[in-house]
Design a protein around this ligand. Structure first.
Ligand code: HEC
Length: 149
């Protein structure tokens, strides 16, 4: 009896996890709210985000641990030029966030350091808090945190 009731719960757990992952295009699963015409099509902006995200992962792995940021760099992408999945993501202030973010990346590429890296990650977070909260949890993991300092 006990085993049977455990089994019955599994589909619900799976459904909940899927719902959690479906928010804001994170993990490739488009939120129903956005109702894109082609549900699996990835926008230019989402692709750029994935590139930046994996660059952060690589930077953390290569430079975060030994504290040396020599030769570190990030792609300088103009986020205002890339199309998102849905125009509702282009919230007022988007251009300002994109420009501020671009400046942080520029500063990082000129003088890579832990501080400049953190400014970039904060730039990711500032825009996401307004435009697209889904990936915030993931971006938080890119912070140079306790374990890396
Ligand atoms: C100027 C605003 C802005 C900045 C800065 C920004 N993002 Fe995004 N990000 C967005 C928007 C809007 C989307 C949704 C794009 C879409 O679905 O078309 C997004 C989507 C994402 C996604 C989900 C992509 C997918 O697979 O669908 C990730 C992950 C992400 N961003 C990470 C980052 C990281 C890491 C940074 C910093 C290096 C960053 N973002 C900086 C606005 C921003």
């Amino acid at each position: 009896m006990r085993q049977a009731s455990k089994k019955n719960r599994a589909p619900w757990v799976i459904a909940l996890v899927c719902f959690g992952l479906s928010f804001c295009g994170d993990e490739g699963n488009q939120a129903a709210k956005l109702a894109p015409i082609q549900p699996n099509k990835t926008s230019e902006l989402a692709l750029a985000m994935r590139t930046l995200d994996s660059e952060l992962v690589n930077l953390l792995a290569a430079h975060g641990e030994d504290g040396s940021w020599k030769k570190a760099s990030l792609s300088a992408l103009d986020l205002t030029e890339l199309m998102p999945t849905d125009s509702s993501m282009l919230i007022s202030g988007y251009t300002a966030f994109a420009a501020a973010f671009g400046k942080h990346v520029e500063a990082f590429n000129e003088r890579p350091s832990a501080e400049a890296y953190s400014a970039v990650v904060n730039g990711c977070l500032s825009c996401h808090q307004q435009a697209c909260p889904g990936p915030i949890e993931r971006i938080n993991k890119r912070k140079l945190n306790q374990t890396n300092l």
